[in-house]
Ligand binder design. Structure first.
Ligand SMILES: [Zn+2]
Ligand SMILES: [Zn+2]
Length: 249
């Protein structure tokens, strides 16, 4: 009988902003005792990324021999909408990310910008953030919502249990649940336990993600795995598209 190994559903290679070639990503994950996935950015709004349908074809050809193949799509970018079902089906699973949130006036607030725009309060921002999560979950053809608690820098300084009102958490979890999307326990952007517990209690499936870009990060799932186990999840319950299927059927 073979020993169960955690699946790192989310890591980056030189096909986007990672530093290791796709095969090295998998070898590195194996070195950490995990099974690896190559899940590069497919978005026109990430600097180093797969940025067109043709580039997506080249990307999927390059990783076709790997057991786990994915892509991380930005909700606010249109490239994922331009890919055909056949193209999306070359991936074993698909990841959606909220890297920017649209405001009423059409501008974007990005997760990696230093400060919120002047005059935008935390509450007003979070109201838009929650709407954007619901839109992402209700529209994107994905199995995994990456780093569910990623927010702009300025808001990361606040205690998460305070920034996220319980009613916000209920909405986030409900949006994932009604669409059959997994909650990623990210080693890179660590969610607070109250929210992870709420997602588990609601029957949302958990996935593990290093979101690794470099050697030390890829396949490093010690914290996500510890959290999953401490909250009572069996290893078999953790998302594996080969076991649990996908939304493409
Ligand atoms: Zn991301
Ligand atoms: Zn990522």
């Amino acid at each position: 009988m073979t020993h169960w190994q955690p699946l790192d559903c989310h890591a980056h290679s030189t096909c986007s902003d990672g530093v290791l070639a796709p095969d090295e990503v998998c070898a590195t994950a194996a070195g950490h005792g995990a099974r690896g996935t190559v899940s590069d950015h497919v978005s026109r709004d990430v600097r180093f990324a797969v940025k067109s349908s043709d580039a997506f074809d080249a990307y999927t050809a390059l990783i076709a021999h790997l057991p786990y193949r994915s892509a991380e799509f930005c909700s606010h970018d249109s490239l994922w909408r331009e890919l055909s079902p056949e193209q999306l089906g070359r991936l074993t699973h698909r990841i959606g990310s909220l890297h920017a949130v649209p405001m009423d006036d059409g501008t974007l607030v990005r997760m990696f910008q230093r400060e919120l725009p002047p005059g935008l309060t935390r509450d007003a921002y979070m109201a838009r953030h929650l709407l954007a999560i619901e839109t992402l979950a209700d529209t994107m053809p994905i199995e995994i919502f990456a780093h569910p608690t990623l927010v702009p820098y300025e808001l990361r300084e606040l205690p998460a249990e305070e920034l996220w009102r319980e009613e916000d958490e209920v909405r986030l979890v409900a949006a994932l649940k009604r669409n059959g999307i997994c909650f990623e326990i990210s080693n890179r952007y660590r969610a607070h336990l109250r929210l992870v517990q709420r997602a588990i209690d609601s029957g949302v499936r958990m996935s593990l993600g290093s979101d690794g870009h470099v050697l030390e990060q890829i396949g490093n799932l010690a914290w996500p795995l510890e959290i999953a186990r401490s909250l009572g999840l069996g290893d078999d319950a953790l998302y594996d598209p080969a076991v649990h299927g996908t939304r493409l059927g």
